[in-house]
Each structure stands twice: as structure tokens, then as C-alpha cells.
Design a protein around this ligand. Structure first.
Ligand SMILES: Nc1ncnc2c1ncn2[C@@H]1O[C@H](COP(=O)(O)OP(=O)(O)O)[C@@H](O)[C@H]1O
Ligand SMILES: Cc1cn([C@H]2C[C@H](O)[C@@H](COP(=O)(O)O)O2)c(=O)[nH]c1=O
Length: 180
């Protein structure tokens, strides 16, 4: 019997618990391949959530040759899987894995600090079986935050960082960064 594949997305701003949910989704699976973008040098060979959970993961700049051998594939920070940091079309590769029966679970930012959608995430959302929208707490007021604000304008849309550079913000308190 052919297994039915499935694509689940965890999307939202930074600090919303996307990595925590991905790690929790992977743990029950015996055969699990956890991937992270080679572009993201944080945390070495692990997916790490700010809630303290972590999971061994491979940093990849292209689709792994042995991916077909895994029943469950997890990918975090999917917004980084674009040229020149990633070779190949990650969306088509994930959809092909689902087609072959894999349970595919992906986390990523739906929008950048300007509130512009990340194209990879939009394409994945169009094809997903399930999308879980997560919110963080606004850094200013503590309300539900759908957006990420950047504290300093650096001129880079793709730029790894944490609380020194980014904050979760609600609709009322989101702003563009002040140019330096
Ligand atoms: N502004 C915030 N809103 C919500 N959680 C936060 C915030 N700042 C830090 N945290 C912590 O971050 C955890 C989620 O982190 P993580 O899984 O790394 O999120 P994501 O992958 O979405 O960035 C929460 O469980 C909480 O402990
Ligand atoms: C908003 C925004 C974020 N990034 C980077 C910053 C972090 O390294 C990751 C997001 O990590 P998290 O697990 O979701 O906290 O993305 C970026 O490159 N560009 C942006 O606009």
C-alpha cells in the first residue's frame, strides 16, 4: 500500500514557537530527517527552540541524496532556502517528497521585517495540507504579534539574528526600522 504524504506548515513571526512545534512534530517519528539551511550558521547541527528543546539536524545547501529513505522530513527556516544560499527548488523538492508518501513538516517566516511575504513560504502555503499560524507576544505591549520588526536597518532582507536585531510586534506597534 502506498502511504499518503502530508505537508504541514508552521508559520508566523520570530519568537512564535515555530521551531518548538517542528521539534515536537519530529520526536514521535522513528525515521526522521531534520534539515536546516546552510545559510543559518546559528546552533550548529541542531534545530533549537528558545523554549530549550532541540533536535539533531543537517545543514543543507541542496536537497540530500538520501532524503527518499525517510518517512518524515522536517525543515526549519524555509525562507532561507533560496538562491544563492540554496541550489534547487526547495518547494518542488518538498512536494515531490510528499508525493512519494513522506510526512513533511516545515517552519518559516511568512513575512519579512517589512511585512513582505517570503515567496518560498507563499508557494508552500498554496500547496499545504495544513497551515498552522502562530503568534508571538508583542515586545511593546504583550498582545498577540503577527509581525517581526527590525531594530536597525542594515539593508539586508536575509540576515540571521535574534533579539539584538529583531522584535515581535502586534498590528499597532509594528514599524519599519529607522535607517542609520
Ligand atoms: N516575544 C515573544 N513572544 C513569545 N515567546 C517568546 C518571545 N520572546 C521569547 N519567547 C520564547 O520563545 C519561545 C519560542 O521560541 P522558538 O520556538 O525559537 O520560536 P520561533 O522558531 O518561532 O522563532 C517561546 O516558548 C518563549 O519561551
Ligand atoms: C524578520 C526577518 C528575520 N530574518 C532571520 C532572523 C532569524 O535568523 C530568522 C528567523 O528565525 P526564527 O527561528 O523564526 O526566530 O530569520 C531575516 O533574515 N529576515 C527578516 O526579515
Amino acid at each position: 500500500m502506498v502511504r499518503a504524504g502530508r505537508l504541514t506548515l508552521f508559520v508566523g513571526p520570530m519568537f512564535a514557537g515555530k521551531s518548538a512545534h517542528l521539534i515536537a512534530a519530529a520526536l514521535p517519528h522513528v525515521s526522521s530527517l531534520a534539515l536546516k539551511p546552510a545559510f543559518d550558521k546559528r546552533d550548529g547541527a541542531e534545530l533549537v527552540s528558545r523554549d530549550g528543546t532541540h533536535l539533531p539536524a543537517r545543514s543543507v545547501g541542496e536537497w540530500p541524496d538520501d532524503a527518499a529513505g525517510f518517512a518524515h522530513i522536517v525543515l526549519d527556516e524555509a525562507q532561507f532556502m533560496v538562491a544563492p544560499h540554496y541550489e534547487g527548488d526547495i518547494v518542488n523538492q518538498l512536494l515531490a517528497a510528499r508525493q512519494k508518501g513522506a510526512i513533511v513538516t516545515v517552519g518559516g517566516l511568512d513575512t519579512d521585517y517589512r511585512r513582505v511575504p517570503f515567496e518560498v513560504m507563499t508557494r508552500l502555503a498554496d500547496a499545504a495540507d495544513e497551515i498552522i499560524h502562530l503568534q508571538a507576544r508583542c515586545h511593546v505591549c504583550g498582545c498577540g504579534a503577527r509581525w517581526t520588526a527590525k531594530i536597525h536597518e542594515t539593508g539586508h532582507v536575509l540576515e540571521t539574528g535574534d533579539q539584538e536585531l529583531y522584535e515581535a510586534r502586534c498590528d499597532e506597534h509594528w514599524t519599519l526600522p529607522v535607517s542609520e
